[in-house]
Design a protein around this ligand. Structure first.
Ligand SMILES: Cc1ncc(COP(=O)(O)O)c(C=O)c1O
Length: 412
């Protein structure tokens, strides 16, 4: 029957693809002509208003807009390892080419085992792998939010938490960060009452600020006492010098309500391969495994991530680079008097540019004309149009950034 519909549509409009049909009139074999309802009326109500979240790293659009080739644009809007993946990882991907003809391991068992060994104190049963850590935000919300339940998050923070919740049809509550972009634990805990789950980001995107251990622990304790689930995004924590003492991964046995998110996108530079993971109680991991789609991590991504996590040399090289370049950029950016910011905790700077007299959008466009892409943060909930985010890259790239930035601020 379905086949019949398709054939008749193509016969009626032989030169146009199905999605380009000028009207909704279709001929169904054996039934005759009828008007098909608009697709919007067939869509779940909760999805009709859902829009994509705007991110940095839109270099394809930026290239089109600026006339530069993709490779000519220096992308400071994406906070990933400026060295990219290591040679060892690229070799592992090449060796895995032979696996492409078969389905990948649907549960990413070897990768989970390797990650568990890397951290110690956990087993592969405490792990779930996602197609990028973003997939796990959506999976988590979809698995745990029942009808009428709410999720709490800070503002500003990473936009996909909100979208993941809205996609389930349930609602979001925001708690504004204070003037210094810190989380007020007492307000957060008060607003958390009655919520089903909370999203926290440590260090936070876009503010590049860590949440103190005291605040995290007090929120976790309060959440546990009320059966509230805590989704804690540590995707940028590997860029923090004090990472080991800041991570909540060792706390998962104490907090059965805790899910810690990590990614291979950021420090490992496997950005385009899409691999992220969650470390959590065996019970939560088991439910998420039952709920996820099959074969979500392709074989090249599994092979690359398995090697990347133990490539200590590359990680140390990256950590050293970020440390030096953060200090260099801190000095250079501080010399711009109209920039207002505090030292970042993560691998990116978050800057209030209101005193420059330019909006973030205007500055972004002036810089793009010179081949540099920065993040205009105006679309983050809780921010006005005067905030930008700039990633830390290599020295030569950072030198070019500063030059272009100064030109853009003082043209002519
Ligand atoms: C805080 C945070 N978490 C998660 C992600 C998404 O990471 P992934 O590439 O692993 O999906 C981003 C991307 O920018 C992010 O900023």
């Amino acid at each position: 029957m379905c086949f019949g519909v398709k054939v008749m549509v193509w016969m009626e409009y032989p030169t146009k693809p199905l999605y380009d049909l000028p009207k909704r009139e279709i001929l169904i074999q054996g039934i005759g002509t009828r008007l098909m309802k608009p697709i919007g009326s067939l869509t779940k109500d909760t999805l009709n208003a859902l829009k994509p979240c705007q991110h940095g790293a839109e270099i394809h659009g930026a290239a089109k807009q600026s006339g530069f080739k993709l490779q000519e644009i220096l992308d400071f809007s994406s906070n990933v390892n400026p060295l990219g993946p290591s040679k060892k990882v690229l070799n592992a991907i090449q060796e895995a080419f032979v696996e492409i003809a078969a389905y990948p391991d649907s549960t990413s068992e070897m990768l989970r085992y390797t990650i568990a060994q890397h951290f110690g104190g956990i087993t592969k049963d405490n792990l779930i792998i996602g197609n990028g850590s973003t997939e796990l935000m959506y999976l988590f919300a979809e698995t745990f939010l029942k009808r009428g339940e709410k999720a709490l998050m800070a503002a500003p923070t990473f936009g996909e938490y909100e979208r993941a919740v809205r996609k389930t049809g349930e609602s979001v509550k925001f708690v504004r960060l204070d003037k210094g972009f810190q989380l007020d634990a007492e307000i957060f805990k008060r607003e958390m009452i009655g919520c089903k789950l909370v999203f926290l980001c440590n260090p936070n995107n876009p503010t590049s600020k860590l949440i103190s251990q005291d605040i995290l622990t007090s929120i976790l304790d309060a959440a546990l006492a009320q059966d509230i689930l805590v989704f804690l995004d540590e995707d940028f924590l590997e860029f923090v010098e004090d990472e080991k003492n800041r991570s909540m991964i060792p706390q998962i046995s104490k907090y059965p309500n805790l899910f810690v998110l990590r990614s291979f996108t950021k420090i490992f530079g496997l950005t385009g391969l899409r691999v992220g993971y969650g470390i959590t109680s065996k019970e939560i991991a088991e439910v998420l495994h039952a709920s996820k789609i099959p074969w979500n991590i392709n074989c090249l991504a599994q092979a690359a991530a398995t090697v990347a996590i133990n490539d200590i040399t590359h990680l140390q090289l990256t950590a050293q680079l970020i440390k030096e370049e953060k200090a260099w950029l801190q000095t250079e950016l501080s010399s711009i008097e109209t920039f207002c910011f505090t030292p970042p905790d993560a691998n990116f700077f978050f800057i209030d540019i209101e005193k420059t007299g330019l909006t973030a959008n205007a500055l972004k466009h002036r810089m793009l004309k010179q081949g540099i892409l920065i993040r205009d943060c105006s679309n983050f909930v809780g921010l006005n149009e005067f905030y930008i985010r700039i990633a830390i890259k290599t020295r030569n790239e950072n030198i070019r950034l500063i030059k272009v930035l100064k030109n853009a601020l003082n043209p002519g």
